[in-house]
Ligand binder design. Sequence first.
Ligand code: NOJ
Length: 815
Amino acid sequence: MMRTVANALVASGLLLAPAAADSCQTPINHPGTAFSNVQPLNTTILDPYGHSPAVYPSPNTTGIGGWEEAMAKAKAFTAQLTLEEKAWMVTGQPGPCVGNVLPIPRLNFSGLCLQNGPQGIEEGTYSSVFVSGVSAAASWDRKLIYDRAYAIAEEHKAKGTHVILGPVAGPLGRSAYNGRSWEGFAADPYLTGVCMEETIIGFQDAGVQANAKHFIGNEQETQRNPTFDPNANATTYIQDSVSSNIDDRTVHEIYMWPFANAVRSGAASFMCSYNRLNGSHSCQNSWALNHLLKTELGFQGYVMSDWGATHSGVASIESGMDMTMPGGFTLYGEMWTEGSYFGKNLTAAVENGTVDMSRLDDMVIRTMTPYYLLGQDQDYPSVDSSVGPLNVDSPPDTWLYDWTFTGTSNRDVRGNHSVLIRQHGAESTVLLKNENGALPLNAPKSIAVFGNDAGPITQGAYNNVNYEYGVLPNAGGSGTCRFSSLSNPLDAITRRAEQDGALVQSWLNNTLLTTTALPDLWIGQLPDVCLVFLKSWAEENKDRDSLDLDWNGSAVVEAVATYCNNTVVVTHSNGINVLPFADHPNVTAILAAHYPGEQAGNAIVDLLYGKVNPSAKLPYVMAYNESDYNAPVTTAVQTNGTYDWQSWFDERLEVGYRHFDANDITPRYEFGFGLSYTTFSLSGLSGNSSASNLTALPPARDTMPGGNPALWETVYTIKADVTNTGGVAGYAVPQLYAGFPDSTPEGTPPSQLRGFDKIWLEAGETKTVTFDLMRRDVSYWDIVAQDWRIPSGAFTFNAGFSSRDFWANSTVVLL
Ligand code: NOJ
């Protein structure tokens, strides 16, 4: 007999009637036909597409998963706090860091410093700028991702950061136009899940708390926040933020998947997002926070709001949000105004009995447990005073508390990280095309460098505008960084070319290049190679208008390639671009260098000259046409109803390459694709069952961080032999894709990434790669059972070197 989860939760006392708490629930009927059977509110949570069922109360932390001892310390700390102190522990304050929790000197607690972001220290002086998230994902290299995270966290810690605001799994990359996809990893939950895991473990091994953000459905910047009436007060808005309306299966299999990895790897904190999810603000969405995150995934840390994403006090608290940021301010449009839903209002709510003290205690205990777990109470570096004046979120003239600083100012925290960043930059640059032996370069004697992305930045060290001149090693918004040093391609090429006594000349003005015939630029003899550097800007709070290269980049390539028969194009980009010049016969090589951080120039030189053999693979699809992509950002809502911004995720599981596969669209460069200076083959696929008496549903076990531990157990193992068939050593990235059995419900993508590895092979060498498939990898989310189910029938496992380059397969019946 079917038992709805709502009934089960009512029986267990977890689900209450939808009380006033989740005040923004707005069931909206789906306009189309595909999913018009939206469940009425509060009847079931089988498929909450377009509405958010209420799930209360917010579960208390138990410290499961090894946090018990730290939790006991956090409890002891909390027991010593006054009500006011507890309230301020969960209410941010303007101060030197992007987010600040006030010190409590009488308890020797020096407060918490929360800093952006995922690519380095936003306000850092004498700190490094690492490769971006999309770059890290493009490396497909677990060790690289871990090392990068560890090094980022070392620098943050030395500057006094307690919490790094990252890593990012939302946006995941539903839309090719998303302004922030470069901060996140891959348009695939599996790869993003691995990146989240390695990054969180790396951050926290170095002693700094991770913050998995932005939970959940944060897939566009457009209307991410409500629009406010400038003539009314700060809480009156004209139109609410966009609602990401996502069905239950898609939530689990796509958008929540990498966040499950985050919880499992021990993330200290989560950030709830700006958007609404199924009609209810993510930061007061009890289904998302109380049910999915804290109950189903067993999350033991604290949930903080994105900056200004709090739209209520009691409702947010009862829905599972534990800390409001920046706290003392409220977001008013994209403007900050004073006031807080927490702080004194929270004190009053506890005093008048609206919020139970036990809930506030849980909020504080959840906040302090990771602090003790990571030993942040022991000799932790003080906040470097130099970050304060650079803080754009709460500049010094907004500070209310008298912050005191100890320790050296302007600490140089870089160590030898530039070596790592140079290596990472090269290993996350994807070689898309290489013909006529164009690369690696063979001691060219005459080099021409073109494009406005080739040279130094001419507008300061803070990367927050789409400047015309200069290499683009990271992009705009809170993920931007301040450069202490930056290697640009032109300098690095010039230095390297000196070894060959080569002539290097450059033209960096795109306008000139597209309006003047190249021979008229006095180039002289045809250069041995023409290197064209182009860029593609992206930023927070704005989605991209186009997938073209900026500053007329494609026309620059056409102009150069018309004249030069060995044109090599390098892009610095957030990822997805249409490359109309890719088939031009004179365009002999193309490299997607993403946002490689401060060693951009040196890293590209290492690849161009073959010091490093390219090994990166696309973590997204490069299409022929913009119109080949689905799921455009929701824009230009013409009606003015308060809740009219609705983004229906009707493509469901067809995100990224899943859409191209399901609809038989040929990509220009597919997901997982990338060339090397050598070649590889794969053969001898064999499989082995690791579990006896496999059941369709996982055995019931006590929830641990990450959910039912049975989901993470290996149930089947596949092995294959990978051989380097070319003439030089290099990394191969074998990949495993699963085709689910016919019994799996409709809408299942034809092929889904379920394993990968990166292995070094000398020329001629063969190694065996092993893919361990966990129960979750071979299950779909059954919305009726509300559990992960292994379907009966035959799986097809394809192994190869991209999502479309399969070398061997095997058909396996698990059940
Ligand atoms: C808003 C962004 O969405 C978030 O990622 C960032 O950490 C905060 N602002 C703080 O700057």
